[in-house]
Design a protein around this ligand. Structure first.
Ligand SMILES: Nc1ncnc2c1ncn2[C@@H]1O[C@H](COP(=O)(O)OP(=O)(O)OP(=O)(O)O)[C@@H](O)[C@H]1O
Length: 629
């Protein structure tokens, strides 16, 4: 290669270029000059006399066409020429060339050789860089977007009236809005980053632990379900609970479960009002039940007593009775009525109630006919059955509750078991009671009228009746005189009872002859007016003609004549006892039913059973008598 000063200058400049570059004298097929990069690429040294056609090989024709293009256009490029280095390596490349006209010799071509592998590597790097630059820009956009979003959400979250908080899948709070903080009293520092279940959701109201594995919020992100709960509690920082309803919704970050968002409402006040409403509705239902029971009872009583609720008679004892009723009725004093069966004790109780200020409320009649103590207790005090959650408890009002504001008439008070006597005493003294099974007291305003056919003082002495209850009931004692001791009342009673019976039977009232009336007056009437009523009713049924035909079952005449006007209490008991034994003898021990001893005596079977027990009548007594007859 020649090296004129100009050429040397050119060579130096070429050396500084980092890309392979060579100057070609095409006419001489000689490399006029080439820089270090070209020498490295083509594996030639500075001193080598390189023929360019040796580097091109078989593509020489193609290359000549290319040079021609360069010569004519001044510059051109090609990728069709594959160079071969001196050590045999093929070099796929892009050759960019221009032409330099010379005065002295043929034109020279400057060739810049760009390896295609390097170019494609650069392109890749460029593209990657480009993507990276675009990514950074996009990421910057996203960051701004989320910051904006967060700012907007923060405003919305804090403006919301509902409490809102987020939890990650570890149950740690990620954010808590202002309303939640205010409702719970916990601050952001208390909650964010901590397991919120342990702070606000750890127990149920009944004191039992609320385990996280049972927590609907955990379930919402474990099972990826929206959970709605309308009856739960969250615990405030001051240790008090608030009743809440909430919705827990699982949330996702680019399709991956991230946790849950909980939106809750403090429903404490609403629940209190709901409970008040439920209580009020229960109370109303309770009142309605009571009214229905009262009503049913009253209807029954009215039908039973409508025809004969007056105290009939003009005898001195009946006049005294009227005076006593008038005296005690307007007070609320307890009354103890004693007297044999059928002497009109319940009629007297009725008259007292009707003439009292309580007449607008019911008179409840309680007869302890039940066998078991618990049944008597439930009938008297009522019963309360705790129901399952959400259901209305089942309750039955006892006689005492039905009589609230009115009068409670206890028949055969001596038949009450001692335990119940004591309980009744407590109720009367305290003015309040509890239903069996209930734990709530109810105030009670009741007047008690008690009745007994047996000597209650003797029962007290025998320890079978509470002395305290006796004193509490015996504030105003009334004794009903047996019919045999006030026979003057018989005509009035017969007229009254006959008209009542005929009205019920819907038949004309038959005439009562003097003879019949005399017979009725001569009879001893061990069953008293009740027995008289039964006799008259039976007669009204059997009498077909104008006259009343009466059949008396017991002794008439001499027995009454020989009877003393006044008997001791003991004699009375003996007489009653003998009468019951006779009745049992007649019915061969049968107590109930139409042909039973109770019907014969005009008493309820339960009353007769208790009398047999009280008077200690044994089977052998009526069996013996039966055998004798
Ligand atoms: N003085 C009276 N005036 C009108 N009817 C009367 C009188 N006394 C009793 N009676 C009638 O006799 C029947 C029985 O009376 P009542 O039931 O009041 O007696 P009692 O003493 O309560 O009986 P027991 O102790 O057996 O329950 C009543 O149905 C009533 O019609």
């Amino acid at each position: 290669m020649d090296s004129s000063p100009t050429d040397q200058n050119l060579s130096l400049q070429l050396e500084a270029i980092p890309l392979p570059l060579l100057v070609l004298d095409a006419k001489e097929d000689r490399v006029f000059s080439l820089n270090a990069a070209a020498r490295r690429l083509l594996a030639v040294s500075q001193s080598d006399d390189v023929r360019f056609s040796a580097l091109i090989g078989s593509d020489i024709a193609e290359f000549v066409v290319f040079l021609d293009e360069v010569f004519h256009r001044g510059s051109a490029w090609t990728r069709k020429t594959v160079l071969t280095s001196r050590n045999g390596m093929s070099i796929e490349c892009e050759i960019r060339a221009n032409v330099q006209e010379h005065d002295t010799h043929a034109p020279l071509f400057t060739l810049l050789i760009l390896e295609l592998s390097e170019l494609s590597q650069h392109e890749k790097q460029y593209e990657t860089g480009q993507l990276q630059r675009e990514g950074i820009v996009a990421w910057k956009h996203a960051e701004e977007f989320f910051a904006e979003l967060e700012l907007q959400n923060q405003l919305i979250l804090n403006a919301a009236g509902e409490g809102i908080y987020g939890v990650n899948t570890q149950g740690q709070a990620t954010f808590v809005n202002r309303a939640a903080q205010e409702m719970l009293g916990w601050t952001l520092e208390d909650l964010v980053g901590n397991v919120i279940h342990d702070i606000i959701h750890h127990h149920h109201t009944d004191g039992s632990v609320h385990h996280a594995h049972d927590c609907p919020i955990y379930k919402s992100f474990r099972f990826e379900q929206v959970m709605r709960v309308d009856d739960d509690v969250f615990w405030k920082k001051d240790g008090k609970p608030i009743q809440v309803e909430y919705v827990s919704t699982p949330i996702y970050n680019q399709k991956v479960l991230a946790g849950a968002v909980i939106v809750f409402r403090d429903v404490t006040e609403r629940k209190i009002n709901e409970n008040k409403l439920i209580d009020a509705m229960n109370e109303v239902a309770d009142l309605r039940d009571r009214l229905e029971q009262e009503n049913a009872y009253l209807q029954l009583e009215i039908t039973k007593e409508r025809a004969h609720h007056h105290v009939i008679g003009r005898s001195a004892s009946i006049q005294q009775l009227h005076a006593k009723i008038d005296l005690v009725a307007p007070t609320s004093a307890p009354v103890l009525i004693t007297g044999e069966t059928g002497t009109g004790k319940s009629i007297v109780a009725n008259a007292i109630h009707k003439n009292s200020l309580r007449k607008g409320r019911p008179l409840i009649r309680f007869k302890s006919g039940s066998i078991s103590r618990t049944a008597i207790e439930a009938e008297l005090f009522g019963h309360y059955d705790n129901a399952a959650v959400g259901e209305k408890p089942k309750m039955t009002s006892g006689a005492i509750e039905l009589a609230h504001g009115g009068t409670l008439y206890i028949e055969n008070v001596c038949e009450l078991p001692l335990e119940i006597q004591n309980k009744l005493l407590g109720v009367l003294q305290d003015g309040r009671f509890k239903r069996i099974g209930d734990n709530q007291f109810k105030n009670l305003d009741v007047r008690v009228i008690a009745a007994s056919i047996i000597d209650i003082e003797r029962e007290v002495s025998a320890g079978r009746f509470s002395e305290e209850l006796f004193l509490a009931l015996n504030v105003f004692p009334i004794s009903c005189v047996p019919l045999r001791d006030r026979k003057d009342d018989i005509p009035d009673l017969v007229t009254h009872l006959l008209s009542v019976a005929c009205e019920r039977l819907n038949r004309p009232v038959p005439k009562v002859t003097e003879r019949t009336m005399r017979m009725l007056k001569e009879y001893t009437w061990p069953g008293n007016v009740k027995e008289l009523r039964n006799v008259i009713e039976r007669a009204a049924i059997v009498s077909r003609g104008e006259k009343l035909i009466v059949e008396l079952g017991g002794a008439v005449g001499p027995r009454t004549q020989s009877a003393k006007t006044v008997r001791t209490e003991y004699e009375m008991q003996l007489e009653i006892r003998a009468n019951i034994v006779s009745a049992l003898k007649e019915t061969q021990g049968k107590v109930s039913g139409k042909t039973g001893a109770a019907a014969l005596l005009g008493v309820e079977p339960t009353t007769l059973y208790s009398r047999i027990k009280k008077l200690e009548i044994e089977k052998r007594e009526w069996q013996l008598l039966h055998g004798e007859s």
